[in-house]
Structures are given as C-alpha cells and as structure tokens.
Design a protein around this ligand. Structure first.
Ligand code: 6XA
Ligand code: ZN
Length: 343
C-alpha cells in the first residue's frame, strides 16, 4: 500500500510537556515519524507519496473557523505576549465549571478555551505540521477513493483527540475525521475503528450525533487511562447518532486475549454497518512497556491486529496516532500494515 509522508512534521518539535506535576521530556517527537518511515521502507510496504494540497475547505468541514484561526496564529501571539525567547506555548488556565467558556483577544485565554491538557505544547512549526498532517490524511483518502485497496497516512502530529474546536493529547487537527468527512462528501459510507490505547474522544465528539458515520474505539478504560473524561461504554451516540458510536474500554494490562475479543466485537459492528471505506486511527501505544501505554500487546499480536483488519475486506485508510516505545514503534506499525496486506 502507498504511504503518504512529508518531512514537514519535523518542525513540530518541542522540548517538554507538563505532566505528573513537572516538565517532562517530550514524547511525541520527530524521531517517531522517522522511525515509522524507516520501518515502512525497510519492510517494502509500498511506494511513498508526498501529500497533495487540499486547502482549508476540507479542514473547515470538521473544525470551526475560529479554532483554526487560533491554532494558526497561536505561536506568534504567544511570543508577542510572553517573549520571543520561549520554547513552547502551554496554557495555564481553563474555563472550569461555572465559568464562561469564551476566549478574549488574549492568547492565554484562547489556548485555555480550546485546549484541554498540558501535554500538547505549541511551537513555531506546529501549525504547518498539523496542516500537512491533514493533507497527508486527505491524500491517503483520495488514493482509496480512486480505487486503491488501502493507504497509510503517516500523520504527525496525530489527531484522534482533537474535536471540532478542541486540541489536546498531542493532537491539533483530527486527521482521521477530516479524511472521513472528505469521503462522506464524495458519497461514501465511512466507519472509523480506533485502535490506539487512548480513547479517540475527538473523533467520537465530531460524529456523535450522526448516523452516517460509525465511530468505534478500543482503548484503556478511562477510569484509569487518559483522557479520563470520555470513552465509557454508555457513550453510544446522541439524537440521530444513537447506536452509531461504540466504546470498548479494556483493563490495564490487557493482552491479545482481551484485545482480540474487542477486535472481533468491533469487527462485527463494522460488518453490520457495511461501510464503503474503513478508517483506522492506528496507535501502537498498546505495546508492552510503552511509556504512555499500559497494555501488553507484543510480537505477533500486531500481525494478528493487521490480519483481523485486513479480513474485513474493506478499502482502508490508516492514520498514525500514538506509539512511544521507540525501539518497537516502527516494527509494530510495519507488522500491522504488512499483515493487513497479506490477509
Ligand atoms: C498525556 C498523554 C497523552 C496521550 C496521547 C496519546 N499525559 N493519544 O497517545 O493517543
Ligand atoms: Zn495514544
């Protein structure tokens, strides 16, 4: 399958994020993109393509104009306010319950209003990289729409935590949702099956009230896992979308036994929906000893995952989400993709 990649992601490089009460070294780093690219090349998964440029329109089908504007100008406004020698923009105040969820012309307030955590710093190259990642997902969707069986969008920064006007969890624009909406706008019926260890809260929120897009997510139980405030089984959709969102929260320490059952259950739901295209937000932070994870998938489990997805027999777009164990990141991704192709 074709892999869509651009080295524009390298510009989204920050030093630290704030977690566990202190600044910690960045996890979502440019090396991730390079390692995945190297593995895809080494394993001969398929040809590489540069993304095409789609403009803002497909992004604005998913995200609000105000949100996009804030992200685009965040770094220049932040440095104008706080100084040009700064390393990264991380807000320190959010609209809590009973406060007004509005932003003023103040960039601190704008980022607090549109962001939801301290793990997602903005730097000078963030917007360009996020924008390129959306183009990467759209290019992969276009390949599939034009008849390719599958395409891999090597997206960095990732996207599944980003909602229409919310960023966080290392995500700014929801690459998978933008690709999904692009395909819907071409008359395709789309299902998304998110296999990252974290709940794809952004994707869920974007399509929650819609019956034309099925959203499924297999992830660590939000009782214990980030993002905590989303991803429970009772989130099944609202209004017309009731029944078109399914969450499969799994306990800490889950291995293939539990995971494989969730894949089976989700696959059944996908088959019942009978989509034209499947989108898989692919995170391999399910790997044993992933520093941001907590599951125990390893070795051939990623081949099992790829094979299960391949057996659905659907035109498929993969977008890259999480995965932070650098020694296994590339091989886990390549295992999923090559087993998908062989299925
Ligand atoms: C912040 C953890 C962010 C998790 C990001 C991720 N402490 N999402 O991998 O899929
Ligand atoms: Zn993740």
């Amino acid at each position: 399958m074709k892999t869509v990649y651009s080295d524009t992601h390298e510009a989204h490089a920050y030093t630290s994020e704030f977690e566990r009460g202190h600044l910690t070294p960045a996890r979502e780093i440019p090396a991730r993109g390079r390692l995945i690219l190297d593995a895809v090349r080494a394993r001969g998964i398929g040809p590489l393509s540069e993304p095409a440029h789609f403009g803002n329109e497909p992004i604005l089908r998913v995200h609000t104009a105000e949100f996009v504007h804030v992200l685009e100008h965040a770094w220049s406004r932040w440095t104008a306010k706080y100084g040009f020698d700064l390393r990264e923009a991380i807000p320190s105040v959010w609209p809590g319950r009973g406060m007004r969820n509005i932003h003023t012309e103040d960039i601190e307030a704008a980022l607090g209003c549109y962001g939801f955590d301290t793990a997602t710093p903005i730097v000078a190259g963030t917007w360009t990289a996020a924008r390129a990642a959306a183009d990467i997902a759209l290019t992969a969707a276009q390949f599939v729409s034009r008849g390719e069986r599958a395409a891999f969008a090597l997206t960095r920064p990732p996207g599944h935590h980003a909602a229409s006007d919310l960023y966080g969890g290392y995500c700014f624009l929801n690459n998978a949702a933008i690709a999904a909406q692009y395909l819907v706008d071409q008359g395709r019926r789309v299902a998304l099956l998110d296999v990252d260890i974290h709940h794809g809260n952004g994707t869920q929120a974007i399509f929650l009230d819609r019956a034309d897009v099925l959203t499924l997510s297999i992830h660590g139980d939000p009782e214990r896992f980030y993002p905590h405030f989303s991803g429970y089984v009772d989130e099944t959709g609202t209004g017309a979308g009731e029944g078109f969102n399914m969450n499969y929260p799994l306990p800490l320490g889950s291995g293939w036994g539990t995971y494989g059952q969730a894949i089976e259950a989700a696959s059944e739901r996908v088959r019942a929906f009978a989509p034209d295209v499947l989108i898989v937000p692919l995170g391999v932070d399910t790997h044993l000893d992933d520093p941001v994870g907590g599951f125990r998938l390893e070795g051939s489990d990623f081949q099992r995952l790829g094979s299960a997805l391949g057996k659905l027999g659907l035109p498929t777009v993969f977008t890259m989400e999480g995965g932070y164990r650098l020694d296994t990141l590339g091989s886990a991704v390549a295992d999923v993709l090559s087993a998908f192709e062989a299925a």
